[in-house]
Design a protein around this ligand. Structure first.
Ligand code: RRO
Length: 310
């Protein structure tokens, strides 16, 4: 028997794979589809204090190697997801709630409402939305991020996590890790959000693919796998008391395996889920099991974080 179950904090997941925030999670019908799939957990669309329509369309495009998006945080407002979380059956699979306030005060307000539910939901604070014009990604401003985490940590009685932008420089990994390690109840780091502000060009029409921001948008899919794995493995090494959730470039069981080998405790899927739908999770589980059987691994702990260097 091959066991692909995992834990985030004390919560068991039957499979390590689930949706990345932003994909199949804005509507309760979509959240329910992920819940009824072979995903091991689900996470809601990043929410704001008030509902948002998001950026003008087209704002997502599939490309040969992945996707580009500038959704602009379309969501129903936090009360909609609060209601879902209030009625959720937590014996089924873990529920993560993504929070992406437009200010620290908004984040504190929403986090307080969610923790007052006194349910075992797992808040994932999004420090890395690349697509709201005029709002820089907090994860790239180390002083502002430290200030925000200090206030959030002081206000939180329950464990929480953060969704991080990709980092590209060793000094930035070290500075970010030093900040995260200050906060005991910050228990998980989700690496990575899309690579912000890429540009995909159509040669025939000589145009951009999406309307907002002159075509700039967050890049996901195959393009981002090496960056995602670098972030997972580096924070796994630098933050030994945190759990890492991998995200980026997963299209098959092989990439799930690689994320776990680099140290991920669970693995989110964005672009590929958008393209393939929730049946994807059944396939990923089967492909992961096949790789583990070929290698003689019985459970994820047999290889998690055991990436070898030369
Ligand atoms: O809604 C979005 O445009 C969006 C968000 Br909040 C995010 O965190 N990452 C992304 O690629 N798109």
């Amino acid at each position: 028997m091959t066991d692909i179950s995992t834990h985030i904090l004390d919560q068991r997941m039957r499979s390590p794979v689930y949706n990345a925030s932003g994909v199949m999670c804005r509507e309760t019908t979509e959240l329910e589809a992920v819940r009824h799939s072979d995903a091991g957990a689900l996470v809601s669309k990043s929410c704001t204090l008030e509902a948002r329509d998001g950026n003008p369309e087209p704002r997502y495009a599939a490309t040969p190697f992945g996707s580009i998006n500038s959704m602009g945080l379309p969501n129903h407002g936090y009360r909609y997801y609060l209601d879902y979380a209030a009625h959720y059956d937590y014996t089924d699979k873990p529920l993560f709630i993504s929070i992406s306030g437009l200010s620290l005060a908004d984040n504190l307000h929403m986090l307080d409402a969610f923790q007052r539910l006194k349910r075992p939901l797992l808040p994932e604070v999004n420090l890395s939305c690349p697509n709201v014009p005029g709002k820089p990604q907090l994860g790239y401003s180390f002083d502002d991020m430290a200030t925000a985490l200090t206030a959030i940590h002081a206000a939180m009685d329950i464990p929480f996590g953060v969704k991080l932008p990709p980092y590209f420089d060793i000094s930035h990994f070290e500075m970010a890790a030093e900040i995260f390690n200050r906060f005991e109840r910050l228990k998980f780091l989700t690496c990575i959000n899309s690579i912000g502000n890429g540009l995909v060009v159509d040669t025939d029409s000589e145009t951009v693919l999406i309307k907002p921001k002159n075509g700039l948008g967050g890049i996901g899919g195959d393009y981002v796998l090496p960056t995602a794995l670098a972030n997972v493995n580096t924070f796994y090494r630098l933050c030994p008391d945190k759990q890492i959730i991998g995200c980026g470039g997963v299209g098959a069981g092989e990439q799930v395996f690689q994320h776990i080998l680099c140290g991920a405790s669970a693995v989110q899927v964005g672009t590929r889920l958008w393209e393939e739908g929730a049946g994807l999770f059944t396939r990923l589980n089967q492909e992961l099991v096949a790789i583990m059987q070929r290698k003689g691994y019985q459970c994820l702990a047999d290889f998690r974080g055991k990436l070898r260097t030369l």
